[in-house]
Design a protein around this ligand. Structure first.
Ligand SMILES: Nc1ncnc2c1ncn2[C@@H]1O[C@H](COP(=O)(O)OP(=O)(O)OP(=O)(O)O)[C@@H](O)[C@H]1O
Ligand SMILES: [Mg+2]
Length: 277
Protein backbone atom coordinates (compact mmCIF):
# COMPACT_ATOMS: atom_id res chain seq x y z
CA UNK A 1 0.00 0.00 0.00
CA UNK A 2 1.28 3.53 -0.72
CA UNK A 3 2.34 6.04 1.92
CA UNK A 4 -0.54 7.65 3.84
CA UNK A 5 -1.97 10.62 2.01
CA UNK A 6 -2.31 13.94 3.80
CA UNK A 7 -5.61 15.36 2.72
CA UNK A 8 -7.05 18.77 3.33
CA UNK A 9 -9.87 19.11 5.81
CA UNK A 10 -13.11 19.27 3.85
CA UNK A 11 -15.23 22.38 3.78
CA UNK A 12 -18.28 21.25 5.73
CA UNK A 13 -21.25 22.47 3.74
CA UNK A 14 -23.60 22.58 6.66
CA UNK A 15 -22.53 22.63 10.27
CA UNK A 16 -26.02 21.50 11.32
CA UNK A 17 -25.77 17.74 11.47
CA UNK A 18 -29.40 17.20 10.55
CA UNK A 19 -29.53 18.63 7.01
CA UNK A 20 -29.41 15.71 4.55
CA UNK A 21 -27.03 15.69 1.62
CA UNK A 22 -29.97 14.82 -0.61
CA UNK A 23 -33.63 14.34 0.16
CA UNK A 24 -35.78 12.99 -2.65
CA UNK A 25 -39.51 12.67 -2.16
CA UNK A 26 -41.78 11.09 -4.76
CA UNK A 27 -39.60 11.90 -7.77
CA UNK A 28 -40.60 11.08 -11.31
CA UNK A 29 -37.65 11.31 -13.67
CA UNK A 30 -37.79 10.79 -17.43
CA UNK A 31 -34.77 10.42 -19.67
CA UNK A 32 -35.63 10.41 -23.35
CA UNK A 33 -38.70 8.19 -23.64
CA UNK A 34 -37.86 6.27 -20.45
CA UNK A 35 -39.55 6.94 -17.13
CA UNK A 36 -36.55 5.95 -15.02
CA UNK A 37 -37.97 6.88 -11.59
CA UNK A 38 -41.61 6.87 -10.63
CA UNK A 39 -42.48 8.06 -7.12
CA UNK A 40 -38.87 7.54 -6.02
CA UNK A 41 -37.84 8.55 -2.50
CA UNK A 42 -34.44 8.39 -0.81
CA UNK A 43 -32.54 10.42 1.78
CA UNK A 44 -28.74 10.40 2.09
CA UNK A 45 -27.10 11.92 5.13
CA UNK A 46 -24.18 14.35 4.98
CA UNK A 47 -22.38 12.31 7.57
CA UNK A 48 -22.53 8.76 6.27
CA UNK A 49 -20.63 7.20 3.40
CA UNK A 50 -22.89 5.07 1.26
CA UNK A 51 -22.48 2.57 -1.56
CA UNK A 52 -25.18 2.33 -4.22
CA UNK A 53 -25.47 -1.03 -5.95
CA UNK A 54 -27.77 -2.35 -8.63
CA UNK A 55 -27.77 -4.11 -12.00
CA UNK A 56 -27.22 -2.29 -15.30
CA UNK A 57 -30.00 0.17 -15.98
CA UNK A 58 -31.19 0.24 -12.34
CA UNK A 59 -30.95 4.04 -12.15
CA UNK A 60 -27.66 4.57 -10.29
CA UNK A 61 -26.16 7.14 -12.65
CA UNK A 62 -29.55 8.83 -12.93
CA UNK A 63 -29.56 9.22 -9.14
CA UNK A 64 -26.09 10.83 -9.24
CA UNK A 65 -27.22 13.17 -12.01
CA UNK A 66 -30.16 14.24 -9.82
CA UNK A 67 -27.71 14.88 -7.01
CA UNK A 68 -25.44 16.96 -9.29
CA UNK A 69 -28.49 18.83 -10.67
CA UNK A 70 -27.66 17.64 -14.17
CA UNK A 71 -31.22 16.40 -14.59
CA UNK A 72 -34.46 17.43 -12.90
CA UNK A 73 -37.58 15.54 -11.82
CA UNK A 74 -41.04 16.38 -13.10
CA UNK A 75 -42.56 19.29 -11.22
CA UNK A 76 -44.73 18.59 -8.17
CA UNK A 77 -46.47 21.05 -5.87
CA UNK A 78 -43.91 20.28 -3.14
CA UNK A 79 -40.07 20.20 -3.25
CA UNK A 80 -39.12 16.85 -4.78
CA UNK A 81 -35.34 17.16 -4.48
CA UNK A 82 -33.54 19.10 -1.80
CA UNK A 83 -29.76 19.15 -1.83
CA UNK A 84 -28.02 20.33 1.31
CA UNK A 85 -31.40 21.61 2.45
CA UNK A 86 -32.06 23.71 -0.65
CA UNK A 87 -34.76 23.29 -3.23
CA UNK A 88 -32.69 25.38 -5.64
CA UNK A 89 -28.93 25.36 -5.60
CA UNK A 90 -26.40 27.57 -7.24
CA UNK A 91 -25.14 24.97 -9.73
CA UNK A 92 -21.55 26.19 -9.71
CA UNK A 93 -21.38 26.36 -5.95
CA UNK A 94 -22.92 22.89 -5.73
CA UNK A 95 -20.41 21.40 -8.16
CA UNK A 96 -17.63 22.78 -6.03
CA UNK A 97 -19.22 21.39 -2.85
CA UNK A 98 -19.62 17.94 -4.37
CA UNK A 99 -16.51 16.53 -6.02
CA UNK A 100 -17.58 14.17 -8.79
CA UNK A 101 -15.53 11.56 -10.59
CA UNK A 102 -17.09 9.42 -13.30
CA UNK A 103 -16.17 7.60 -16.47
CA UNK A 104 -18.47 10.08 -18.30
CA UNK A 105 -16.35 12.99 -17.12
CA UNK A 106 -13.18 11.18 -18.17
CA UNK A 107 -14.61 10.59 -21.65
CA UNK A 108 -15.68 14.16 -22.29
CA UNK A 109 -12.60 15.79 -20.78
CA UNK A 110 -10.53 17.87 -23.27
CA UNK A 111 -7.65 15.62 -24.40
CA UNK A 112 -5.33 18.59 -24.96
CA UNK A 113 -5.65 19.96 -21.38
CA UNK A 114 -2.43 19.58 -19.43
CA UNK A 115 -2.43 17.72 -16.13
CA UNK A 116 -2.20 20.86 -14.00
CA UNK A 117 -5.03 22.45 -16.01
CA UNK A 118 -7.21 19.43 -15.25
CA UNK A 119 -6.72 20.06 -11.54
CA UNK A 120 -7.19 23.86 -12.06
CA UNK A 121 -10.49 23.23 -13.78
CA UNK A 122 -11.97 22.03 -10.47
CA UNK A 123 -12.17 25.69 -9.42
CA UNK A 124 -14.43 26.41 -12.40
CA UNK A 125 -16.21 23.01 -12.62
CA UNK A 126 -15.18 23.04 -16.28
CA UNK A 127 -13.76 20.32 -18.52
CA UNK A 128 -10.75 22.37 -19.58
CA UNK A 129 -9.21 25.78 -19.03
CA UNK A 130 -10.34 28.72 -21.13
CA UNK A 131 -8.97 32.20 -21.79
CA UNK A 132 -11.23 33.89 -19.23
CA UNK A 133 -10.16 31.57 -16.40
CA UNK A 134 -7.78 33.36 -14.07
CA UNK A 135 -6.22 31.79 -11.01
CA UNK A 136 -5.18 33.57 -7.84
CA UNK A 137 -1.81 32.88 -6.25
CA UNK A 138 -3.65 30.94 -3.55
CA UNK A 139 -5.33 28.71 -6.13
CA UNK A 140 -1.99 28.06 -7.84
CA UNK A 141 -0.62 26.92 -4.51
CA UNK A 142 -3.65 24.70 -3.85
CA UNK A 143 -3.16 23.00 -7.23
CA UNK A 144 0.51 22.37 -6.43
CA UNK A 145 -0.42 20.97 -3.03
CA UNK A 146 -3.00 18.59 -4.51
CA UNK A 147 -0.57 17.41 -7.21
CA UNK A 148 2.05 16.74 -4.54
CA UNK A 149 -0.39 15.02 -2.19
CA UNK A 150 -1.62 12.66 -4.87
CA UNK A 151 1.96 12.14 -6.05
CA UNK A 152 1.11 13.18 -9.60
CA UNK A 153 3.43 16.14 -10.08
CA UNK A 154 5.00 14.26 -13.01
CA UNK A 155 1.64 14.46 -14.84
CA UNK A 156 1.36 18.25 -14.50
CA UNK A 157 2.76 19.05 -17.94
CA UNK A 158 1.30 16.13 -19.91
CA UNK A 159 -1.80 16.29 -22.12
CA UNK A 160 -4.80 14.46 -20.63
CA UNK A 161 -5.44 12.55 -23.87
CA UNK A 162 -1.98 10.97 -23.74
CA UNK A 163 -2.32 9.52 -20.26
CA UNK A 164 -3.38 6.05 -19.17
CA UNK A 165 -6.83 5.55 -17.70
CA UNK A 166 -5.43 5.33 -14.15
CA UNK A 167 -3.36 8.50 -14.55
CA UNK A 168 -6.40 10.34 -15.92
CA UNK A 169 -8.49 9.13 -12.98
CA UNK A 170 -5.94 10.44 -10.49
CA UNK A 171 -5.94 13.86 -12.14
CA UNK A 172 -9.74 13.88 -11.96
CA UNK A 173 -9.49 13.02 -8.28
CA UNK A 174 -7.16 16.03 -7.93
CA UNK A 175 -9.73 18.13 -9.81
CA UNK A 176 -12.41 17.02 -7.35
CA UNK A 177 -10.23 17.60 -4.27
CA UNK A 178 -8.90 21.04 -5.15
CA UNK A 179 -11.99 22.70 -3.65
CA UNK A 180 -11.74 20.55 -0.50
CA UNK A 181 -15.33 19.36 -0.99
CA UNK A 182 -17.03 17.70 1.96
CA UNK A 183 -18.64 15.08 -0.30
CA UNK A 184 -17.20 12.98 -3.10
CA UNK A 185 -19.52 11.44 -5.65
CA UNK A 186 -17.95 8.46 -7.41
CA UNK A 187 -19.46 6.55 -10.31
CA UNK A 188 -17.57 3.25 -10.71
CA UNK A 189 -14.27 4.88 -9.75
CA UNK A 190 -11.93 1.94 -10.33
CA UNK A 191 -13.31 0.63 -13.62
CA UNK A 192 -10.44 0.24 -16.06
CA UNK A 193 -7.73 0.54 -13.41
CA UNK A 194 -5.09 -2.15 -12.91
CA UNK A 195 -4.70 -3.85 -9.56
CA UNK A 196 -2.02 -1.49 -8.22
CA UNK A 197 -3.92 1.63 -9.33
CA UNK A 198 -7.14 0.19 -7.85
CA UNK A 199 -5.52 -0.49 -4.48
CA UNK A 200 -3.92 2.94 -4.42
CA UNK A 201 -7.25 4.56 -5.27
CA UNK A 202 -9.08 2.59 -2.58
CA UNK A 203 -6.46 3.55 -0.03
CA UNK A 204 -6.96 7.20 -0.94
CA UNK A 205 -10.74 6.80 -0.57
CA UNK A 206 -10.31 5.32 2.91
CA UNK A 207 -8.10 8.20 3.97
CA UNK A 208 -10.58 10.70 2.61
CA UNK A 209 -13.40 9.16 4.63
CA UNK A 210 -11.23 9.06 7.76
CA UNK A 211 -10.34 12.72 7.33
CA UNK A 212 -14.01 13.71 7.31
CA UNK A 213 -15.13 13.44 3.67
CA UNK A 214 -18.34 11.58 2.86
CA UNK A 215 -18.45 9.25 -0.12
CA UNK A 216 -21.41 8.42 -2.32
CA UNK A 217 -20.04 5.49 -4.26
CA UNK A 218 -21.83 3.85 -7.18
CA UNK A 219 -20.32 0.53 -8.07
CA UNK A 220 -20.74 -2.94 -9.52
CA UNK A 221 -17.62 -4.07 -7.76
CA UNK A 222 -18.32 -5.20 -4.22
CA UNK A 223 -14.55 -5.26 -3.60
CA UNK A 224 -14.27 -1.49 -4.06
CA UNK A 225 -16.51 -0.67 -1.09
CA UNK A 226 -14.13 0.62 1.63
CA UNK A 227 -14.69 -0.82 5.12
CA UNK A 228 -15.58 2.71 6.30
CA UNK A 229 -18.74 2.72 4.14
CA UNK A 230 -21.54 1.87 6.54
CA UNK A 231 -24.71 1.95 4.46
CA UNK A 232 -25.68 0.19 1.24
CA UNK A 233 -28.60 1.20 -0.97
CA UNK A 234 -29.67 -1.35 -3.59
CA UNK A 235 -31.53 -0.07 -6.64
CA UNK A 236 -33.47 -2.18 -9.09
CA UNK A 237 -35.61 -1.02 -12.00
CA UNK A 238 -35.74 2.54 -10.75
CA UNK A 239 -36.75 1.60 -7.19
CA UNK A 240 -34.97 1.38 -3.84
CA UNK A 241 -35.01 -2.41 -3.56
CA UNK A 242 -33.16 -2.60 -0.24
CA UNK A 243 -31.48 -0.06 2.04
CA UNK A 244 -29.69 -0.55 5.34
CA UNK A 245 -26.45 -1.21 7.21
CA UNK A 246 -23.75 -2.74 5.01
CA UNK A 247 -23.46 -5.80 7.24
CA UNK A 248 -27.12 -6.65 6.59
CA UNK A 249 -27.26 -5.65 2.93
CA UNK A 250 -24.19 -7.54 1.76
CA UNK A 251 -25.44 -11.09 2.05
CA UNK A 252 -25.23 -13.91 -0.48
CA UNK A 253 -29.01 -14.23 -0.60
CA UNK A 254 -29.61 -10.52 -1.21
CA UNK A 255 -26.90 -10.11 -3.84
CA UNK A 256 -28.01 -13.30 -5.61
CA UNK A 257 -31.58 -12.00 -5.83
CA UNK A 258 -30.57 -8.48 -6.82
CA UNK A 259 -28.35 -9.59 -9.70
CA UNK A 260 -30.35 -12.73 -10.58
CA UNK A 261 -27.28 -14.96 -10.35
CA UNK A 262 -25.92 -17.15 -7.57
CA UNK A 263 -23.25 -15.26 -5.65
CA UNK A 264 -20.76 -16.47 -3.05
CA UNK A 265 -19.58 -13.71 -0.75
CA UNK A 266 -16.19 -13.58 0.94
CA UNK A 267 -15.32 -11.08 3.66
CA UNK A 268 -11.86 -10.15 4.87
CA UNK A 269 -10.90 -7.30 7.20
CA UNK A 270 -14.02 -5.32 6.34
CA UNK A 271 -13.65 -5.81 2.55
CA UNK A 272 -16.03 -8.01 0.55
CA UNK A 273 -15.67 -9.89 -2.69
CA UNK A 274 -18.44 -11.53 -4.72
CA UNK A 275 -17.54 -14.80 -6.45
CA UNK A 276 -19.47 -17.09 -8.78
CA UNK A 277 -20.85 -20.30 -7.26
N1 LIG B 1 -29.88 9.68 -22.07
C1 LIG B 1 -30.81 8.74 -21.90
N2 LIG B 1 -31.93 8.70 -22.66
C2 LIG B 1 -32.88 7.78 -22.46
N3 LIG B 1 -32.84 6.82 -21.52
C3 LIG B 1 -31.76 6.81 -20.73
C4 LIG B 1 -30.69 7.76 -20.86
N4 LIG B 1 -29.76 7.49 -19.93
C5 LIG B 1 -30.21 6.44 -19.26
N5 LIG B 1 -31.40 6.01 -19.72
C6 LIG B 1 -32.21 4.89 -19.21
O1 LIG B 1 -32.42 5.11 -17.83
C7 LIG B 1 -32.36 3.87 -17.12
C8 LIG B 1 -31.37 4.02 -15.97
O2 LIG B 1 -30.10 4.30 -16.52
P1 LIG B 1 -28.83 4.60 -15.60
O3 LIG B 1 -27.76 5.08 -16.51
O4 LIG B 1 -29.25 5.46 -14.47
O5 LIG B 1 -28.53 3.14 -15.06
P2 LIG B 1 -27.29 2.61 -14.19
O6 LIG B 1 -27.89 1.96 -12.97
O7 LIG B 1 -26.31 3.70 -13.98
O8 LIG B 1 -26.72 1.47 -15.14
P3 LIG B 1 -25.19 1.00 -15.39
O9 LIG B 1 -24.89 0.05 -14.29
O10 LIG B 1 -25.29 0.29 -16.69
O11 LIG B 1 -24.31 2.20 -15.42
C9 LIG B 1 -31.99 2.80 -18.15
O12 LIG B 1 -33.17 2.13 -18.50
C10 LIG B 1 -31.45 3.58 -19.31
O13 LIG B 1 -31.72 2.92 -20.52
MG1 LIG C 1 -24.30 3.99 -14.58
Amino acid sequence: MPEPLQVSTPVVSDPKASTPLIEITGATVCRGDNRVFDDFSLTLSQHESVAILGPNGAGKTTLLKLLMREIYPLWREYPVVRILGKERNDIWELRRQLGIISADLQEIYSPEALGRQVVFSGFFSSVGIWGHHRLTQDQHEQVQTVLARLDIEDLAGRPFGELSSGQQRRLLLGRALVNAPAHLILDEPTSGLDLAATFQYLQTMRQLIRSGHTLVLVTHHIHEIPPEVTRVVMLNQGCVWADGPKSEMLSEARLSTLYGVKVRLVESAGWYQALPV
